[in-house]
Every structure is written in structure tokens, then in C-alpha cells.
Design a protein around this ligand. Structure first.
Ligand SMILES: [Zn+2]
Length: 314
């Protein structure tokens, strides 16, 4: 099944609960995804604190991009939000309240699949009174750091091209492309986070990755993958990078239409690219999906997934 684009906003049909351990804390946390009103966006709530704190899932609340993406407000923070945000994006959810009972979204199996499955069990509803909005880019925007590149070019779709280059024999050079609304979400949803045994040991000494295990990550030594079950896709590593990018781009204040190229990029580069786009109002224009299609016709670009969806809905 390909998740279709919609011109209307969507939310989850009823609350769903997911429970698991945090990768860094090793502690059990519960996540409840609840329906939200049109135009609410995705809002996290730390419900375990004496006074619950709400943290909107937008780039201006990102406080940390090392190892995982963390959002925060005042003293409250929630880390590892990207896999859950990726699942919401792939399931086309625009509005949701997400209650979390701790400082970390559970790592589950290290992928977005458990969140996708949970959402699928209750389903998604469309609100035909609320039009979905998108940001059309006015120019190409690029962020470079050494040999790392993250750039976005104007387009009528949201497309990611990712490439990674590692000297490790199990990884090497891998590329993968994903187009929202076209690529089947199962092509990336199952890709797990990955790490090296030497780093896991060092992180544990620092009090991090306490919940890390073969149950929730692909773990490698200097030569090979150590998980007995092996890989879920031959190029699982780059697919997970795409998964992370979809999740991080869900922190844009509105869905960006653009062709994204990522070379050796990670959470930090994704966050910087989103900042670069939205820091200057001349870079983009926010329109409804219908208006984006008109724009598309003006540009002489037809037959994209967005255009096809409009055709079907008329
Ligand atoms: Zn990840």
C-alpha cells in the first residue's frame, strides 16, 4: 500500500498506546498518540512531570541533535522523537497530541515500524473542513560542513535522495530515494538504527545507551553485523538515514515541497537545513495543496503525485 497524499488534514481516529524502553535511559516509557484539532500540528506533552509541559514538534523547539533529535521547553525535554515523527508523516498524520511519560520516546525495535503498526490498528481520519498546507520553495538552499551536504531544491513533491559513505565493510557506499506519497512506507519503516559495539560500550560508561541492545539496533564490530538475524534490507543503513530525515523534516512548521539531497548527513545537518529554509521568509511561500497544484501548472510541471491526488478528489 502506498500512503496517498491528501488535500485535507488528517489525525489519528482514536488514542493508541505504545510502551517500551528508552534507548539512553533504559527506563520504560509510555507514549499515547491522541487525535488533535485541525491546524494543531503535532504536540508532545510530558505527562509525568508535576505540571505537564507541552512541547510543539517544530524545529524551533529542537535543543539537541547529537545521537538523536531532542525537543525541549523550559526544564522539560523529550529525546528520540524522530522515529515516531517519521511514522506520523508516513501515515499522513498532520495533527496529534502525543503524551510521553518520560524524557525519551521508547526506542522499540530501533525503527518506525512499531509506531506505524500502532497507528494502523486504529486508523487515520481526514477532516474535510481543514485544508492541508505546504511550503513552496523560492530558491535552492544548501548547508555544507566538510564533506557533509544537505540541500533542497524547489519541486512539486517532497523527495529525499540520501547517500552515505562508510569505510566499514558492512556499510560502504549506499544510496536510497524516497518520495512522500509515492514510495511504499514499508521500504523504510523497518530500517533500524545502527551503531558500533565499541561506541555502545563507551556510551554506557557515560550513562548513555543504557537501553541499547540487539533488540533495538543493528550492532557491528569492526568487520561485520553482530545481530544473529542479520539485516532487514541489504541497504538498511541508508534506509534508516532516510527514515531519520523524514522524521526530522516533520519538524518543519509546514510540509516543505522540495527535492532534498543528503550526503553523509545526520540530525544536525537536517536541523540546520530546516533553520536555513525557515529563517528567511523570502525562501518560501505557504499555500494550500490546491494552490500548489496551480503553481505547478504555471510552472508547466504536471503529473506529480499531488496533481494525481487532486484529479482523484475532483
Ligand atoms: Zn534514527
Amino acid at each position: 500500500m502506498t500512503v496517498e497524499n491528501s488535500i485535507y488534514q488528517k489525525t489519528i481516529s482514536q488514542p493508541v498506546v505504545i510502551e517500551g524502553i528508552g534507548l539512553h535511559s533504559g527506563k520504560v516509557a509510555k507514549v499515547t498518540i491522541k487525535p488533535a484539532h485541525p491546524n494543531a500540528g503535532v504536540i508532545f506533552i510530558r505527562t509525568d512531570l508535576e505540571k505537564p509541559v507541552t512541547i510543539p514538534a517544530t524545529y524551533d523547539f529542537v535543543t539537541q541533535t547529537k545521537l538523536a533529535t531532542t525537543i525541549g521547553r523550559d526544564i522539560a525535554k523529550i529525546s528520540t522523537v524522530e522515529h515516531l515523527l517519521c511514522a506520523l508523516k508516513m501515515m499522513q498524520i498532520d495533527n496529534a497530541l502525543i503524551e510521553v511519560t518520560g524524557p525519551e520516546v521508547p526506542i522499540m525495535d530501533g525503527s518506525a515500524a512499531p509506531f506505524c503498526k500502532a497507528i494502523e490498528t486504529v486508523g487515520v481520519v481526514e477532516d474535510q473542513t481543514a485544508l492541508r498546507k505546504v511550503a513552496i520553495l523560492r530558491k535552492r538552499i544548501e548547508v555544507r560542513k566538510g564533506d557533509k551536504i544537505a540541500l533542497i531544491e524547489p519541486s512539486t513533491r517532497f523527495h529525499i535522495d540520501a547517500r552515505i559513505e562508510w569505510t566499514h565493510p558492512a556499510i560502504g557506499t549506499q544510496s536510497f530515494s524516497y518520495t512522500v506519497g509515492e514510495t511504499n512506507y514499508k521500504e523504510v519503516a523497518f530500517a533500524r538504527t545502527f551503531g558500533f559495539m565499541r561506541d555502545v560500550e563507551a556510551l554506557k560508561k557515560m550513562g548513555l545507551a543504557l537501553g541499547g541492545s540487539f533488540e533495538n539496533a543493528v550492532v557491528m564490530d569492526e568487520e561485520k553485523v553482530l545481530n544473529l538475524e542479520g539485516l532487514r534490507y541489504d541497504d538498511e543503513f541508508v534506509r534508516h538515514k532516510v527514515l531519520d530525515a523524514i522524521g526530522d523534516f516533520a519538524l518543519a512548521p509546514v510540509q516543505v515541497l522540495g527535492d532534498v539531497t543528503l550526503v553523509k548527513a545526520g540530525h544536525e545537518m537536517h536541523s540546520e537545513l530546516i533553520h536555513a529554509i525557515f529563517s528567511n521568509p523570502e525562501n518560501f511561500e505557504v499555500v494550500t495543496v490546491e494552490e500548489a497544484i496551480t503553481e505547478e501548472k504555471n510552472l508547466g510541471v504536471l503529473e506529480t503525485s499531488w496533481a494525481a491526488e487532486i484529479q482523484r478528489s475532483i
